[in-house]
Design a protein. Sequence first.
Length: 279
Amino acid sequence: MRETAAERWSRRIVLTLLAGFVLVPLYAMVSSALKPLRDVQGAFTWWPRHPTLQAFVDMWSTVPLGRYLLNSLLVASVAAIFSVSVAIFAAYAVSRYRFRGRQVFSVTVLSTQMFPGILFLLPLFLIYVNLGNATGIALYASRTGLIITYLTFSLPFSIWMLVGYFDSIPRGLDEAAQVDGAGPLRTLFQVVLPAAVPGVVAVTVYAFMTAWGEVLFASVLTNEDSRTLAVGLQGYSTQFNVYWNQVMAASLVVSVPVVAGFLALQRFFVAGLTAGAAK
């Protein structure tokens, strides 16, 4: 059906409004990062009257931003790698094999997404503290404990999404590999996974982003040494002042690697989500 002029202009107006909704706050961040603190604390102006890059220099010394950045990269990367690794085997088993309890397992994995994460905050805190007191295993205020926490949240959804993607891959590929003498693991790694690259990338991006921007658990289960970026940015707010220009500068800097990675993997991410949803 051919698009009418009214529909075309309506689409353009809606897309323009959506773009403005996204770009105006981004421009405000850039503008504030280029202003000295006295200009940011005054009435907001759209254009920096005294542009400077000093905020991008001072933000590294006001708070230990480098350590926070390293913690976030380590926690998010390890959580994503473990989540994807476990999800691949679990999803392949659910997709390709029929076993007792398969339906119960699938429903249980999906039902975990119904509960708000805050319900698990106090139990995890008590488990980590008591386990540390009883065994000496330091999970509270450690990056290891934070990785385990994020893994418990991203793993169920990762399994569910990969099951849908594996189901969309023809079983004839598995049968052909088995005829050639390939076992289950060889079939998975040499036949199924190469065809499931978009789905695996989508799951990896999801698991990474879940850990990268999480605030609630990171603010309770970490200390100064294991703190991540999402919580560490609060350090720019002191008892007497808020360094808004440095907050904006730090937010822009820490967003660059995430945005760049997402744009580079966007085609895989969209393809993976679409295939899993269609199935």
